[in-house]
Design a protein around this ligand. Structure first.
Ligand code: ADP
Ligand code: MG
Length: 381
């Protein structure tokens, strides 16, 4: 065996980049998360050729100070985590300080950023992670980051890329998921110049579902809302009659992160037991929210696995919330109650008495005074 040596830093960076940046969609996911963490309310994603040649993400968030621009691209450089204790209660989507370093190691990057209170913005260009000079420039408030020729210096990775259309579809999927977990933010996706997704950012989950999942999906839904202890469950599930042929329309989030979870899927599907046709699956946009210390977020950023400290309460919260919403949706609407005393049998005597109580003259008729016949005049002589 040859002697042991530390890897040169650019090789270490490329290896690390390989873990974070799998394909264009993983770049878009990281950059969207950064924009959200920056407090953006409107985010535009533009891609060309599935993102392989060009991706641009524009946000109206807090921006980055010119002096911090090069630092943001260093490995383990983050503004979101300071101490080991912070890890237990992380509230931001990113925290490893790896994404920008990884993305810039395998592409050409241009970043433009302006902080809210500054008159001018700044820009920085990087090639394969090597940064140029920070330059002052005019730009809108927020941050715009352009990524060109992803994997230009890692041909081995490039070989694993699918067709442009498949990479573009994966980007579309990521934007959909991020939009569904942030209805208060407006997202726009342009693919090769054409708008393919636009959410209004009006804070309503149903608006985001309508925009991101399509009208047909949005019209066949039942709203769900419930909780089990500290575990809150809300969102929309498909009506049993609107079952889907695959599980592709099951979109699950835990504390705002898109996840794949057999546990959550099982709880959802158990609630539909005996309600769906065979071979059909429920669709959903389901948000599970629980205290951060009951879920392990320190899993790999590029993966969508989730681990709960205890599975049973999470299963139960989802199962019972979905089941009771489906039960309520299945019940036929209650018929309008007839007026009290609508049906009564009574004798004529009882009827007269009741009517008299209600002060309605019945049975005896006396003319009102105004129309009393005038006294009979004496006949003319
Ligand atoms: P992380 O998000 O894990 O902190 P990143 O490498 O993704 O690491 O980003 C590094 C830092 O750059 C962030 O902590 C943040 O301070 C800054 N940053 C990145 N993107 C943006 C953005 N769109 N707006 C404002 N600041 C940003
Ligand atoms: Mg980040």
């Amino acid at each position: 065996m040859p002697n042991i040596q530390c890897l040169p830093s650019h090789v270490a960076d490329l290896i690390a980049a390989g873990e974070v940046v799998e394909r264009p969609a993983s770049v878009v996911k990281e950059l969207l998360e950064n924009a959200i963490d920056a407090g953006a309310t409107a985010i535009v994603v533009e891609i060309e050729r599935g993102g392989l040649t060009y991706m641009r993400i524009t946000d109206n968030g807090c921006g980055i100070a010119p002096g911090d621009l090069p630092t943001a691209f260093l490995r383990h450089a983050t503004s979101k985590l300071r101490t080991a204790q912070d890890l237990a209660a992380i509230g931001t989507l990113g925290f490893r300080g790896e994404a920008l370093a990884a993305i810039s190691a395998v592409s050409h990057v241009d970043i433009f950023s302006r902080q809210k209170e500054s008159d001018a913005g700044a820009m920085l260009h990087l090639d394969g992670g090597v940064a140029g000079e920070v330059r002052e420039t005019g730009c809108p408030e927020g941050t715009t980051i352009c990524i060109r020729d992803l994997f230009y210096n890692t041909p081995a990775r490039m070989k694993f890329m699918k067709k442009d259309s498949a990479e573009g579809a994966a980007v579309h999927g990521i934007v959909q998921h991020v939009a569904l977990s942030h209805p208060q933010i407006s997202f726009k996706l342009l693919r090769d110049g054409g708008e393919v997704l636009y959410t209004p950012g009006d804070g309503k989950l149903l608006s985001a579902v309508y925009a991101a999942m399509g009208r047909d999906f949005a019209l066949g839904l039942v709203e769900i809302k419930g909780c089990g202890g500290e575990i809150e469950v809300e969102g929309y599930v498909t009506r049993p009659l609107n079952g889907h042929g695959t599980r592709g329309k099951q979109v699950l989030f835990v504390n705002g992160r898109f996840v794949k979870s057999q546990l959550l899927t099982a709880a959802l599907e158990e609630a539909y037991r005996n309600r769906l046709m065979k071979g059909k699956f429920p669709g959903c946009v389901l948000h599970v929210t629980l205290p951060p210390d009951l879920v392990d977020v320190n899993v790999h950023p590029a993966k969508t696995v989730v681990k709960f400290v205890s599975d049973k309460p999470v299963f139960d919260a989802v199962y019972y919330t979905v089941r009771s919403a489906l039960d309520a949706a299945e019940k036929p609407p209650e018929p309008e109650k007839p007026k009290e005393n609508f049906y009564r049998t009574m004798t004529v005597q009882q009827y007269r008495e009741t009517a008299a109580e209600e002060k309605k003259p019945v049975g005896s008729y006396s003319r009102p005074a105004a129309v009393q016949p005038s006294p009979v005049r004496p006949a003319p002589t």
